[in-house]
Design a protein around this ligand. Structure first.
Ligand code: NAD
Length: 367
């Protein structure tokens, strides 16, 4: 049975890094019988230039029939003045909505050889391996009523509504508990129950689910402001953090910077699972299209390659392949090779293509 992968490189360095991901997929096809069938399509500004829209219906159809979508990045100054509904980000939002990708997973892992890239002290960051599970399709970014109201006399009111229902909290908490069971068995649930009713509901529903179905997993509750502070003070106390859309947006950016480089951070956005296998799933680097380095051949492809490792783990149930790829990347970093964004004194600076050449040789050496 083949695994269907859709690659949407998008704009800017998205195209450069996703070409390298395709080479890594080919390696797994040729050497580890992945049997992946890869198709490409357009998204973002590139799609707008060709189709007049940030994602075409054909591309959406392909995305829905794929086992995993690998997404590069979208956006850039060229499309700054495109009409709002066709702006590059609209392609990503449509994918999230139509594929019902409600769970955003962002690992923050500190590779031993990149400890010094973090702004935090070595002892705080060394060995870090945590995941933030953010609810992605509900909460204050979507709640009604919303808008800006003119109250007259130069006074206006801006309104957004934080709203969650039981089923939304339960399904994201289930993803977090299931994930923790395969890791270090601990979930930290984060909200603001002290000042928000939606936070109180979140807390109660997570506690109830834990008692009914996941009592073997350690659960702690932490107010979101404290969670931000603890992430910087002592991040290794966490295993899996589960939180809502707004707090997740902020806490995952805090966690991202613990490891020091945008070019190293993968992410997954997942929909419904079938026995822990996610077939509605989109994998993407956390970084954007980086117009400042576009076309220079110096973009770091590792965040995108690590996102593919997440696809191996969550969509294709190939944990050993995911570990193999992560080990190959770790070995390359250990050997001192660096793209410019993660370079330190004395390291050898390589191009985008040379970095993935090195990953592929490391894969060959490990097998
Ligand atoms: P960015 O992530 O594109 O770049 C921020 C900085 O990090 C830049 O200096 C860039 O050169 C560097 N950088 C990012 N990725 C890198 C990599 N792989 N290798 C080496 N250096 C890397 O963020 P930005 O500059 O704020 O945004 C640029 C465009 O990307 C905007 O149009 C923005 O809307 C878009 N964007 C898209 C996404 C997405 O597609 N999911 C996410 C963030 C930003």
């Amino acid at each position: 049975m083949s695994n269907k992968i859709l690659i949407l490189p998008g704009d800017g360095i998205g195209q450069e890094v996703m070409a390298e991901v395709n080479r890594v997929i080919k390696w797994f096809n040729e050497n580890n019988s992945l049997a992946a069938e890869v198709e490409f399509d357009y998204v973002g500004g590139t799609s707008y230039d060709i189709n007049g829209t940030a994602i075409s219906e054909d591309a959406m159809k392909l995305a829905k029939s794929s086992d995993a979508v690998l997404f590069g990045a979208v956006g850039g100054p060229k499309w700054d003045n495109v009409e709002y509904e066709n702006r590059p980000e609209a392609g990503l939002l449509r994918l999230r909505k139509d594929l019902e990708l409600f769970a955003n997973l962002r690992p923050a892992i500190c590779f031993p050889s990149l400890v010094d890239a973090s702004a935090l002290k070595r002892e705080i960051i060394e060995g870090l391996d945590i995941v933030i599970v953010r609810e992605l399709t509900g909460g204050i970014y979507f709640g009604e009523p919303r808008g800006i109201e003119d109250l007259g006399s130069g006074n206006r009111r801006g309104v957004n509504t934080q709203v969650y229902e039981t089923w939304e909290i339960v399904r994201i908490a289930e993803v977090a508990f299931e994930l923790a069971k395969k890791r270090n068995n601990k979930v930290t649930s984060s909200e603001k129950r002290n000042v928000m009713e939606s936070g109180l509901l979140w807390n109660e529903e997570v506690t109830k689910l834990h008692k009914e179905k996941y009592s073997e997993v350690e659960l702690e509750h932490m107010l979101a402001d404290n969670c931000g502070m603890q992430l910087v003070r002592c991040p290794k106390q966490f295993d899996v953090i589960v939180t809502d859309n707004l707090f997740g947006d902020m806490l995952s950016d805090v966690a991202a910077m613990l490891t020091g480089s945008l070019g190293m951070l993968p992410s997954a956005s997942l929909g419904k699972s079938n026995n822990g296998i996610f077939k509605n799933a989109l994998y993407e680097p956390v970084h954007g299209s980086a117009p400042d380095i576009e076309g220079k051949g110096i973009a770091n492809p590792l965040a995108s390659i690590l996102s593919f490792a997440m696809a191996l783990r969550y969509s294709f149930s190939r944990e050993s392949d995911a570990l193999l790829l992560e080990k190959a990347i770790s070995n390359v970093l250990e050997s001192g090779l660096r793209t410019k964004d993660i370079s330190t004194k004395g390291s050898s600076i390589v191009s985008t293509v040379e970095m993935s050449d090195a990953v592929i040789s490391a894969l060959n050496n490990l097998t």
